[in-house]
Design a protein around this ligand. Structure first.
Ligand SMILES: [Cu+2]
Length: 219
């Protein structure tokens, strides 16, 4: 494999050629290592994302629709058809929740019967199960400014659970009582990708070093 003579135009010393070879091999290894990392990262990018909602983020809502809804880019995964893993909460500026906590999922849309309190700023907190089985959650705000008299629902201090009677005591919910499990799951996803990516890069470097050492021994 070793060449007996350098070509006439190659004035580099053997050690320079070894360094060049190492750099080329290391670059090649990095490219090879990057391919599976990108492959692993793509499922995370395939998560469903919000494409439309009622009300829209930042909208000033003047009439109460029949339903509040979230629509994502592709069909949601509603295993068993019970909306497990799905949630759509509507919360006012005082931290009170409105609605019955029930959601229905049809194709790419999750909806809940609309209920709301007095005029003001509201937050929609939603969570869906992506096509790949992972949950995605986010929130946005909208302004409620009814132009006609609208029945005002009683808010509950805790997030309503479908099928149970909401706690209608109108006391503000304590801070930070929204579920944080989806965030933890997203962190775990990212950690996995970084860990696997790091391991693949390390293996790639080890292969490059081995190739360089092997080619040196053969001289
Ligand atoms: Cu995923």
């Amino acid at each position: 494999m070793s060449r007996s003579t350098a070509s006439a135009g190659d004035l580099r010393s053997p050690s320079q050629r070894a360094i060049t070879r190492f750099v080329v091999l290391a670059a090649a290894a990095a490219v090879v290592a990057a391919v599976p990392v990108l492959g692993l990262a793509s499922p995370a990018q395939a998560h469903n994302y919000l494409v439309a909602s009622t009300p829209a983020a930042g909208e000033t809502l003047t009439e109460l629709p029949e339903e509040f809804s979230i629509t994502t880019n592709e069909a949601l995964l509603d295993l068993g058809g019970e909306g497990s893993g799905f949630g759509l909460q509507v919360k006012d500026a005082d931290g009170l929740y409105y609605g019955d906590g029930c959601v229905s999922v049809t194709d790419a849309t999750m909806s809940t019967p609309a209920a709301i309190g007095a005029a003001g700023t509201y937050t929609v907190i939603w969570q869906v199960v992506s096509a790949d089985g992972h949950t995605v959650d986010d929130e946005f705000t909208f302004t409620w400014a009814p132009i006609a008299e609208t029945p005002v629902s009683a808010g509950s201090s805790s997030a309503p659970v479908c099928g149970t009677t909401p706690d209608s005591s109108a006391t503000a919910a304590p801070e930070g009582d929204t579920p944080d499990a989806p965030t933890a799951a997203a962190d775990a996803d990212l950690t996995d990708v970084l860990w696997i990516g790091g391991a693949v890069v390390a293996v790639g470097i080890a292969i490059a070093v081995t190739l360089v050492l092997t080619s040196r021994k053969k001289k």
